[in-house]
Design a protein around this ligand. Sequence first.
Ligand code: AMP
Ligand code: GLY
Length: 436
Amino acid sequence: MNILLLGSGGREHAMAYKIAQSTLCERLYIAPGNAGTESCGTNVNMDPCDFAQVGGFVLKHGIQMVVVGPEAPLVAGIADYFAETPGLSGVMVIGPGKTGARLEGSKDFAKDFMARHNIPTATYRTVTAETLDDGIAYLHTLQAPYVLKADGLAAGKGVLIVDTLEEAERELREMLVEAKFGKASEKVVIEQYLSGVELSVFVLTDGKHYHILPTAKDYKRIGDGDTGLNTGGMGSISPVHFADKAFMRKVEDRIVVPTVKGLVQDHISYKGFIFVGLMAVPCDDGYDPYVIEYNVRMGDPETESVFPRIESDVVDLFTHVWNGDLHRTTLVVSRNAAACVMMVAKGYPGSYKKGHVIHGLGEDEAPKDSIVFHAGTTRNEKGEVVTNGGRVICVTSLAESMPSALLRTYQNLENITWEGRTYRRDIGQDLLKMMM
Ligand code: AMP
Ligand code: GLY
């Protein structure tokens, strides 16, 4: 079949890499893609949020399946657009409709969903400018540090964790009254702070049945030792060793099953990925899982370590997602560990330059025992691969153990260079220490 994948990051390159391996895939188009996705299919210069253009392309090129990488087109309702448009309603869209996408698009909606379906999460209160005083009173009932979340999408910046009550009150006012995050902070979720270890769990669901994909951990801060500013993600590893059978049983029983059942009960049709951001909170028998957030897509850069571990044909899985019989498939996962390190532009996540020529990607130079995924890359007028974003290229290695996977990634990324490229040197080290 012909497949269109929407998006342009490292996540989409990793998805394109797996989709292109499928015997069911005849032609793969990626819109808009990057210089790396060219090796998996044909890039199409198209905005994933321009539904009319996407729909037109799908009709013209006989596309049977659309896989949606990022959240923006989902939150804007691409699945509903296809379902409601004559000629497009039979196209398999992998990604939830607008209502399901609110699990990511509105923190208040997600918290309400969790409360209604008894899914463990931090206790919370949602407030608006009218109920600011209630919010301040609620803050007084909590212990430091204080967690404030803008309800809407705020480009990953809408969560504040502050140490003092004064700061929390000031920030709450700025969010609600001075629209610190614009419309996104018209509502604010105030939350209990959870202390533990974070990890990401991914679920692929047809709305009724599900597979739990490999676990992963991403590294969000720019600096070694989790210091400095937040980024889109500086690396990831999969699996997460402490997410053992006992812990994953709790995740499945307390979170995955009630989430999927909750969608059914709430009449939310959902065909796609659910990314559950979890806090593993230490308890008597190990860790208890609490949901920090839902996303309605795969994670980036988690996909770059999770997807290479999936041995099943992903297009076959997606087809069963669409048909509602995912239980007829098995998910086969490699026993190997995966380690992904993201190389970024100098200055990122602040301002940075684009257009630097990237060296070390030629056929005879590229590493043979790692996978190179492009994130922010493009080609210049000379046809050279150049930087085109803050997060530029990542290297993923699979190996029998996490230390070997990390070692291979760090050896192989040395040869891929451009002016000012930097990366974190400690990906996975925190978990290796925990394992000792
Ligand atoms: P979110 O955008 O909801 O994922 O939040 C961004 C980050 O803030 C998370 O990845 C956590 O590191 C942190 N965070 C969010 N909520 C909490 C919480 N209730 N307790 C502790 N940390 C939190
Ligand atoms: N890695 C976190 C995210 O994709 O949101």
